[in-house]
Design a protein. Structure first.
Length: 147
């Protein structure tokens, strides 16, 4: 199957949005999220829906309050691009270091994503967090939260 070069570039750019989103969450870096979230972005998950980029940036503060550190790994991403819009699904595993620092909460995630190209950049317009399962296990912490 031959895929046009432009589509490959768009697919790589879409994956990059997911990677920057994950890195922004882990580093508590709102500037990274500003790069990848559209102004009208909606993020939803089990028991929550947050509308608007500014409101979603507050999620960074919530992560910082709930966990000592997080590590998100982006796995496969499959997207369908139609002009300046795209829909797809991103698989992710997220480790959350719990406040007691003796355990981590691991989520196996599927994000159901929507993007829009604006100013030649792909941005999330919607992310639905689906937690397939979770696991809590003991962990030994060495220099937690260090960059």
């Amino acid at each position: 199957m031959t895929v046009p070069l432009e589509e490959l570039a768009d697919q790589a750019a879409l994956r990059r949005t997911a990677e920057l989103y994950a890195q922004g969450a882990d580093r508590k870096d709102k500037a990274l999220w500003q790069q990848v979230l559209a102004e009208d972005c909606v993020i939803e998950g089990p028991g929550f829906t947050i509308a608007g980029r500014d409101a979603n940036l507050g999620s960074i503060d919530a992560l910082e309050q709930m966990f000592r550190a997080t590590v998100h790994r982006v796995h496969n991403l499959v997207a369908t691009i139609t002009g300046d819009s795209a829909t797809g699904e991103t698989y992710c595993t997220a480790d959350h270091l719990l406040p007691d620092a003796d355990r981590i909460l691991v989520w196996t995630i599927r994000y159901q994503d929507q993007w829009r190209r604006q100013d030649n950049e792909w941005r999330f317009t919607r992310r639905k967090l689906v937690v397939e399962w979770e696991e809590t296990r003991p962990v030994t912490v060495r220099d937690a939260g260090q960059a």
